[in-house]
Ligand binder design. Structure first.
Ligand SMILES: [Zn+2]
Length: 221
């Protein structure tokens, strides 16, 4: 990117941060919240500068930004796991308002809602780190996509064989450590579903142990 256009490009982002501050202030956000959201927006800008055109920014860019935490080497003070997602989303809204980001909202995938709820449960209730919760989500997404049918996830109709077959397929394609991580993610996810009343845990407890030696989500502690 040429230096001149890069400066214009960066200038637009910093103008957007000013606009974000104005919007939050007008909406009556508490000062501490505003500071956190603006910190997230500044971090987003630092991370994104030079990556791709501004008009390519959409929800998937925000997701990628939030996922870069484990490898983040940006010179930032600290990463707030609660305010960063909200701050980045507010900033995306401002970029759209200014006609800078993509005006096309990314289609929400069917599994996004339940995965977002699971992520929140893991971090806020179970005390998992953002990183480990994200890793679980990455493992669960293909499982959920594999069972999605007729416009819904048939959680209550899942049988031990369904889950075992998926784990076995996973074990064939992955390193043992990766397959085991998938199992841990499934176990945590099924506990979460039980809490939401979406599955009968009593029946899940009868699930046989997988021949892969991995852990199916039937054992509760
Ligand atoms: Zn960073």
């Amino acid at each position: 990117m040429e230096q001149g256009s890069r400066n214009v490009w960066e200038g637009s982002l910093w103008t957007a941060i000013d606009r974000l501050q104005e919007n939050l202030s007008a909406a009556g956000y508490a000062r501490e919240t505003m500071v956190e959201y603006i910190r997230a927006a500044r971090h987003f800008c630092y991370w994104y500068v030079g990556h791709a055109p501004l008009e390519a920014i959409d929800e998937s860019t925000v997701e990628a930004f939030l996922r870069h935490r484990p490898s983040c080497t940006c010179p930032v003070m600290r990463w707030s796991r609660f305010s960063y997602p909200a701050g980045a989303k507010h900033f995306l809204a401002v970029l759209r308002q200014m006609g800078l980001a993509s005006h096309i909202e990314k289609t929400v995938l069917p599994e996004d809602e339940v995965l977002e709820a699971f992520l929140e449960h893991m971090t806020k209730v179970r005390g998992a780190t953002d990183t480990s919760a994200w890793v679980y989500v990455q493992h669960l997404r293909p499982f959920l996509q594999s069972i999605y049918t007729g416009g819904k996830f048939p959680f209550s109709a899942l049988t031990a064989r369904d889950v075992e077959a998926w784990v076995a397929r996973r074990a064939e394609r992955c390193k043992p450590k990766t397959a085991k991580l998938s199992c841990s993610a499934l176990r945590a996810f099924f506990r979460f579903l039980k809490l939401r009343g979406e599955i009968d845990y009593t029946s899940m407890r009868r699930f046989p142990r997988s021949r892969t030696g991995a852990c199916l989500p039937y054992r509760s502690t």
